[in-house]
Structures are given as C-alpha cells and as structure tokens.
Ligand binder design. Structure first.
Ligand code: DC
Length: 228
C-alpha cells in the first residue's frame, strides 16, 4: 500500500489547485475524486436517470459505466469528458447522485485501487473520513462562502461558462447543505485533520503551509482501510 495525503473541504475551497501543486512537488499522483463523481453522474443523466431514480436503477446504470483517468484527462465510456464535467450542471448532478449508496460503493474501490498503484494526493469530501481514514497526512481546507463563490465564478468564466457570482453563491450554499447533510459519507472535518482557512490567502501561501506540515511530520504511518 502506498502513501496517501488526504484533503477534504467544501466546493471552491481551492483543494484541487493545492493538491495538484503538492503532488507535483512530492512526485505523488493527484487523485481528483470530484471528477469521478462528476463523470459517473453525467453518465447516469445521459442514460436518462432522474434525480429520484431508485437504487436498483442506479446500480443497473453503474454496471454499464466506465470512468478512467488517462494522462490527466477523464474518460467516460472511452470519451474525453474533462471539459463537460466542469459545468455547473454536472456539478449539481454530481452532488445529487453522490449522496446515493450504490454510487459511493462503486467509487470506493476505484479510489482505493489508485492508492495500491501510486503515492497519492487525494482530494474530495470523504478522503480523510471514509476512503483513506489512516492517510499519512490529513487536511481540511476551508474558505468563506463569499470567497469560494468568487473563486468559482472566476474559474468558470475562464473556462467559458456564462455565470453570475450571486447565483454561484446560492448554488454553493445548496451544495454545502447537500454534501454536509447527507447520510452517507457527509463532508465533515476529521478530528485529526489539519484545518486551514484559506480566506484571503494566496494559493502559494496555502501550498506552503500544507507542504510544511507534510514535511514536518516525517514518514510515520502506513495505510490500513476501514470498511464503508
Ligand atoms: O469537488 P467537486 O466540486 O468536483 O465535487 C462534485 C461533487 O461530487 C460534490 O458536490 C460532492 C461529490 N463528491 C463526493 O461526494 N465525494 C468526494 N470525495 C468528491 C466529490
């Protein structure tokens, strides 16, 4: 089993930017678990499933779903969906379908398998609590809803989506409520996760703090997994 650095936090807290930087610095692989949830949800929607689909319908859909990472791209049924999964609508469906048991069970194995092959910086909502509870290092990255909405708006505009900050702020509040309020693997701060509030901090500073914490601790723990 390889080494895992686990990062959780709400939407728009800046997890992917610093996780990417950290992975590059340490020579670890970057695991973007939100992308997995986004791609799976996109496939379920493409198959015609509604938000209120039954667990049986979802399980049947998952049997026909194949998501892979290849050279930093996300492939769904072999098709590159890296851009499409970034839309606000894909984010909405990812949040909705990620609350469902069959989806979480399906992706749990994919995520843990990744840690068999390579050292990882894994980011998402339940990296520190469920998927890699005994990770080498754990972080909870946070920021105020207003700052997260500002960052998300900028990010989406760069990608060519027409978005308004007020609307994004509202969507962020809905997403926080759904991701933290669900029964299965809700977003929460693990007791042993190092908390960083990145409001008002440049990404370089957040990265510096993470790296300092990682290096300071030395190589202590190996991974053991708990069941979901
Ligand atoms: O990080 P993101 O915005 O790409 O994630 C999209 C959605 O996927 C998020 O709202 C909740 C879900 N998700 C999850 O439930 N567990 C994870 N480990 C990662 C994402």
């Amino acid at each position: 089993m390889k080494k895992v650095i686990a990062i959780d936090g709400p939407s728009g807290a800046g997890k992917s930017t610093v996780a990417r930087l950290l992975a590059e610095e340490l020579g670890f692989q970057y695991l973007d678990t939100g992308a997995l949830y986004r791609a799976v949800a996109l496939n379920l929607v493409r198959m015609g499933l509604k938000e209120e689909a039954s667990d049986e319908e979802i399980s049947a859909g998952l049997k026909k779903t194949k998501v892979e990472f290849e050279n930093g791209r996300v492939l769904l049924q072999g098709e590159d969906v890296s851009e499409e999964i970034r839309s606000p609508l894909a984010g909405h469906y990812a949040s909705v379908f990620s609350a469902r048991g069959p989806v979480r069970t399906y992706l749990l194995k994919t995520q843990r398998d990744a840690a068999v092959k390579a050292d990882l910086v894994a980011e998402g909502r339940d990296m520190t609590t469920v998927v890699f509870p005994e990770a080498f290092k754990k972080f909870f990255l946070d920021a105020s809803p207003e700052e997260r909405a500002r960052r998300r708006t900028d990010e989406l505009m760069v990608k060519g989506f027409a978005v308004e900050q007020d609307r994004i702020l509202k969507e962020i509040a809905e997403r926080d409520a759904r991701d933290s309020g669900r029964q299965l693997a809700p977003l929460r701060r693990a007791d042993d996760a190092y908390y960083i509030d990145s409001t008002g901090l440049a990404k370089e500073e957040v990265f510096r703090r993470l790296l300092e914490f990682v290096k300071d601790a030395g190589e202590k723990s190996r991974l053991k997994y708990k069941q979901l």
